[in-house]
Design a protein around this ligand. Structure first.
Ligand SMILES: [Zn+2]
Length: 243
């Protein structure tokens, strides 16, 4: 085991931390949430539209009800007048019959409209009931998703705390210069989070380049605490035992 072997252990911990964070970020529940929020907005919108629709039809129905009552009163008072003993000639009697007939027809027509409105209100009520049920189900779904996210976040947090602690213990033995170089390369894109690699049989374990033998000899001759980096990928090289 070489002096810098613990750096590879640090890298394993860092990769485990990356994976833990990715697990939290990639949660399907997390990507589903915005869509779910949009669905909730749509439900509320449909619900308030249905309620407004219901209120409008209810007002219309009440208006029709008043009109029907008024006609009933008109018919009644015309009847009272007709049979009050007042004399009606034939034309007046005919006109009375015609007017009453028309009033009855109008009343029947309005009552029909009223019935249709009551039916429409019933349908709207069913719609409102459906949307309210959808809202309850939707809220339960949001709560379930948020709970699933919270659970994984808590697990990941604990995992990260454990990894950080283990990392700190190992890092103490590694020269700062080496850690800095490792962190810098690790942060670069296309390095897959790997800032260190083994140097084994003259090859960089990161990018697989074979080092010129002169370069390899020079690296092998460096003190074991020295920072050596791959000339191609710049990863910190941890020398194996094959000197
Ligand atoms: Zn390399």
């Amino acid at each position: 085991m070489s002096f810098l072997s613990p750096l590879l252990e640090v890298q394993e911990l860092d990769l485990a931390a990356d994976a833990a964070r990715k697990r939290s970020e990639d949660l399907p529940e997390r990507s589903r949430l915005p869509q779910l929020v949009a669905e909730g907005v749509a439900i509320e919108k449909r619900l308030s539209a249905a309620r407004a629709d219901r209120a409008a039809r209810e007002a219309e129905e009440a208006g029709l009800g008043r009109a029907v009552s008024q006609i009933a009163r008109d018919i009644e008072s015309a009847e009272v007048e007709r049979y009050s003993g007042k004399r009606f000639d034939q034309d007046e009697a005919k006109a009375h019959e015609k007017s009453q007939r028309e009033l009855h027809e109008k009343q029947a027509g309005l009552e029909e409209q009223e019935m249709a409105l009551l039916e429409a209100i019933e349908e709207i009520d069913a719609r409102i009931e459906g949307e309210e049920a959808a809202r309850v189900a939707h809220r339960a779904e949001v709560a379930r998703m948020e709970e699933a996210i919270r659970k994984v976040e808590a697990e990941v947090e604990m995992e990260l705390a454990r990894l950080t602690e283990a990392r700190q213990a190992i890092c103490r033995g590694i020269p700062e210069e080496v850690m800095t170089a490792y962190e810098r390369v690790r942060a670069q894109a296309q390095k897959a989070g790997r800032g260190a690699a083994t140097l084994s049989e003259g090859r960089c374990g990161g990018c697989r380049i074979r080092l010129p033998s002169l370069e390899k000899t020079r690296m092998m001759a460096e003190p074991e605490t020295a920072l050596i980096q791959c000339p191609q990928c710049r990863r910190v090289l941890v020398r194996g035992s094959d000197r």
